[in-house]
Design a protein around this ligand. Structure first.
Ligand code: NAD
Length: 496
């Protein structure tokens, strides 16, 4: 059976004292092994990145960007293969994998603008004969640690911008579905990236801990669940590193009584059940304002959910695929059981669906739960499965309070026809990414992505303008060239 290894200094290596199974979640069968990097292997990757840094830092930004242009062309050329690799190991259907890849490519497009983005700031004559400017210099070796749910896109949030800014990079992808991530890294080398600039180590906590503690690593970008994000952020900070750690979510949609209910239902279906709810921006809670709106919403959702098809990634007529592992399937079913035991009503039950020909797959069908309350575990915790819960509120203020009280603050949305209500909502809601009749308000690549509260640890969001700042440090230079023969006197007062 194939073992997927690491990409260090431009070379593939399969050295591994330990390995782990990689599953095809549609069949439930093991498809390959992935090497789990030892401390020494990660140190080797960091050393390769450190060796590559001086020459790469001095390569003109325009030349670095040209490699990104070629990378973008290769990503488009190999889209089909990438989507297949994503589907085989994640389980998402090709149309959804194509959307993920497209969003990743848009981050590469943005990174192609590095010469413009890195131009800096200049002020002439800040004092007599004195000019001052700020430039944005690379940090050195930086690291990225990524989750399973966007194996193509999330790494593309990180290394294209980090690299184009002049850093070198060590990436540790999710060990659950590493193949598409590795394939894209190989494409970047095909585009002409010098060896050692991007290194990929597969692995688990052992590998991550080296990246968090090795003093040669200057910054860490992380995307994953909140408990791990918190650990990454505190450990990286304690070791003197810059860190941004994006965590989990519980995204609420408020459905106002004046909303176009049919439209809201269509939007909710895709946003709740697309890739089995395994998106950090998935809408997993609908807060209906007023019982009349709630009853209409639940009955329309129930009807609209009947034709939804869960099945293998390889059949593009399926609406969504399996969840990532057997353990995760059991966890999602456990949340449905607990909501039911706590008194909520399971209106559409997706537990144990029959998927002919794929009986071993990790499937959960689309599930709708009504009368959920804020004390329930299933409300408080991230389920990360195809489960939409309906909570009833008496007013928009009550609905907003629920969202503001929740520990997560990644994304949210309001469905309404009332501009004043929408404006009030976007102004006062304590969430980082807000949609007005837009269920998945994932910012485009030239804005930045990030939640509030326990959905993000750190100050700067991912990709877009924030990522240019995250992957560079500002240096401000003040310069004077005295005219020949002019001598300044000594001054002990603060320059003004
Ligand atoms: P995860 O936290 O289990 O794993 C993420 C990464 O951390 C992986 O590379 C993994 O190997 C590593 N890791 C896991 N346990 C670790 C430990 N104890 N010490 C050090 N490293 C460890 O997350 P996941 O299950 O792969 O991804 C799903 C989660 O990611 C969800 O919570 C989802 O909301 C979140 N997510 C957030 C965003 C965002 O932008 N906010 C985007 C995508 C996913």
């Amino acid at each position: 059976m194939e073992t997927l290894g690491h990409l260090i200094d431009g070379k593939l290596s399969t050295q591994a004292a330990r390995t782990q199974d990689v599953f095809n979640p549609s069949t439930g069968k093991v498809s390959k092994q992935v090497a789990l990097a030892s401390v020494e292997t990660v140190e080797e990757a960091i050393a390769a990145a450190e060796r590559a840094f001086p020459a790469w830092r001095n390569t003109p930004a325009a030349k670095r960007a040209q490699i990104m242009y070629r990378f973008k062309a290769l990503l488009e050329q190999h889209a089909k293969k990438t989507c297949k690799l994503v589907g085989e190991e994640h389980g998402k259907i090709a149309h959804d994998a194509a959307g993920e890849l497209q969003r990743g490519i848009e981050n590469v497009e943005y990174a192609c603008g590095a010469p413009e983005l890195l131009k800096g700031e200049h002020s002439r004559n800040v004092g007599p004969g004195i000019d001052s400017w700020s430039e944005f210099q690379p940090l050195g070796v930086v690291a990225g640690i990524t989750p399973f749910n966007f194996p193509a896109m999330v790494p593309l949030w990180m290394y294209p911008m980090a690299i184009v800014c002049g850093n070198t990079f060590v990436l540790k992808p999710s060990e659950r579905n590493p193949s598409s991530t590795m394939f894209l890294a190989e494409l970047l080398h095909e585009a002409g990236l010098p060896q050692g600039v991007l290194n990929v180590v597969n692995g688990d906590k052992e590998a991550v801990d080296v990246l968090l503690t090795d003093e040669r690593v200057k910054a860490v970008s992380f995307v994953g669940s909140t408990p791990i994000a918190e650990y990454i952020y505190s450990t990286a900070n304690a070791n003197g590193k810059r860190c941004q750690a994006l965590g989990g979510a519980k995204n609420h949609a408020i459905v106002m009584p004046d909303a176009d209910m049919d439209n809201a239902v269509n939007q909710l279906l895709g946003a709740a059940f697309g890739p089995s709810g395994e998106r950090c921006m998935a809408l997993s809670v609908a807060v209906a304002v007023g019982d009349e709106a709630a009853d209409a919403l639940v009955s329309k959702l129930k009807e609209a959910m009947q034709p939804l098809k869960v099945g293998a990634y390889s059949d593009s007529s399926n609406d969504f695929g399996p969840v990532i592992t057997q353990a995760h399937m059991e966890k999602v079913n456990g949340y449905i059981n607990s909501a039911e035991a706590d008194g909520a009503s399971v209106v559409v039950d997706g537990r144990n669906p029959q998927v002919a020909g794929f009986e071993g797959g990790f499937f959960v069908g689309a599930t709708l739960i009504d009368n959920v309350t804020t004390e329930m575990n299933s409300y408080q915790e991230e389920i990360f499965g195809p489960v939409l819960q309906v909570v009833r509120a008496n007013s928009m203020e009550e609905a907003m309070q629920m969202i503001n009280d929740h520990e997560y603050g990644n994304g949210t949305c309001i469905f309404t026809r009332d501009g004043e209500a929408a404006r009030y909502f976007s102004d006062h809601i304590q969430v980082g990414m807000v949609g007005i009749n837009v269920p998945l308000p994932v910012p485009v690549s030239y804005h930045s992505f990030g939640g509030w509260k326990r959905s993000l640890f750190g100050d700067l969001h991912a990709y877009g303008p924030d990522s240019v700042r995250f992957y560079t440090k500002r240096k401000t230079i003040t310069q004077r060239w005295p005219s020949s023969g002019v001598r300044e006197g000594v001054s002990f007062s603060f320059p003004s």
